[in-house]
Design a binder for this molecule. Structure first.
Ligand code: FES
Length: 132
C-alpha cells in the first residue's frame, strides 16, 4: 500500500459517524419524543417503588418516583414548582411528597395541597401544579 492510499478495511479517513436525530432523539419537542409520549412506558418495578424517592431518567427527562403513604405511585418533575429545589430529598407523607425547602406538599398528580409558610396553608395553592 502506498502513502496516501486508504485501505478498504480501516476506518481511517472515513466520514464521522452521525445519528438520525429524527429517530434517535426523544427529548420533549422532538418528533420521536412527541410520538413516544403518546404511549405508556414501564419506568420501574412496582415492588421497588416505596416511600423513598428515586431519581430516574426516561425520554431525556429527569423525574422523581415515589409512592405516597397511601400506596399511590407518583412520578413528578424533580424541581419544585416554588423555588426549584429537588424533590428527591422530599419527605413522603400520606398525601404526597413534601418539598424539603419550604415544605410545599404535592400529591401524586402534582397538585399543591399545602404551603405551610403561607396564610391558610396557601390561599392560591390550587393555582400551582408540579409537572407530573
Ligand atoms: S422550593 Fe420547594 S417549597 Fe420552596
Amino acid at each position: 500500500m502506498k502513502l496516501g492510499e486508504i485501505d478498504e478495511g480501516t476506518g481511517y479517513g472515513r466520514a464521522q459517524q452521525h445519528h438520525d436525530a429524527e429517530l434517535a432523539e426523544v427529548g420533549a419537542g422532538t418528533p420521536c419524543g412527541e410520538f413516544m409520549r403518546r404511549y405508556w412506558h414501564p419506568v420501574a418495578l412496582s415492588a421497588k417503588v416505596g416511600t423513598t424517592p428515586q431519581n430516574l431518567r426516561i425520554l431525556g427527562e429527569d423525574l422523581v418516583l415515589f409512592r405516597d403513604r397511601k400506596g399511590r405511585p407518583g412520578l413528578l418533575y424533580p424541581r419544585c414548582a416554588h423555588r426549584g429545589t429537588t424533590l428527591y430529598y422530599g419527605r413522603v407523607e400520606d398525601e404526597g411528597i413534601r418539598c424539603c425547602y419550604h415544605g410545599w406538599l404535592f400529591d401524586v398528580k402534582g397538585r399543591c395541597l399545602d404551603q405551610p409558610c403561607e396564610a391558610d396553608g396557601g390561599r392560591h395553592r390550587d393555582r400551582v401544579r408540579q409537572p407530573w
